[in-house]
Write a protein that binds this ligand. Structure first.
Ligand code: HEM
Length: 106
């Protein structure tokens, strides 16, 4: 039925473009991973001291997602995460949430 993996990021105000360009310029290997369906980077509401973003990936199954987290593609995608020079646009750690599809209509 599908599994949605979401990671929420709090981005410092004024650093939104820096965060978006990290994602836009990354070398994504998701398309080679079994069970990958769709990726989105979502921009959410602004709060007092940050803007909410979420990475959003639709997988065929939770098992496919978990296999990706143990893969070389996952390690490569995160090689630079949190290790760039200067103050990170990301406040603290991202918050992960995984969702099983219960109903699907299209
Ligand atoms: C359950 C844990 C995590 C999940 C599900 C997840 C999900 C993802 C996905 C789907 C991508 C894109 C990969 C691609 O296109 O090939 C990615 C990249 C990225 N992730 Fe994560 N991630 C996780 C942990 C983290 C953590 C702890 C950080 C901390 C900073 C982080 C920061 C990033 C950043 C900044 C990128 C963009 C690539 C780059 O830095 O060059 N992720 N992540």
């Amino acid at each position: 039925m599908g599994y949605i993996a979401m990671n929420r990021f709090k981005i410092r105000l004024g650093r939104e473009a820096d965060f978006e360009s990290i994602w836009a310029s990354r070398e994504s290997r998701l398309k080679e991973v079994p069970g990958f369906r769709e990726f989105r980077l979502l921009k959410g509401p602004e709060a007092a001291d940050h803007r909410l973003y979420s990475s959003h990936v639709i997988w065929d199954s939770r098992e496919d997602f978990e296999a990706w987290t143990k893969s070389e593609q996952f390690r490569a995608a995160h090689r630079n995460a949190g290790k760039r020079e200067g103050e990170s646009p990301i406040m603290g750690h991202p918050q992960f949430e995984g969702f099983e599809t219960v109903l699907h209509e299209a």
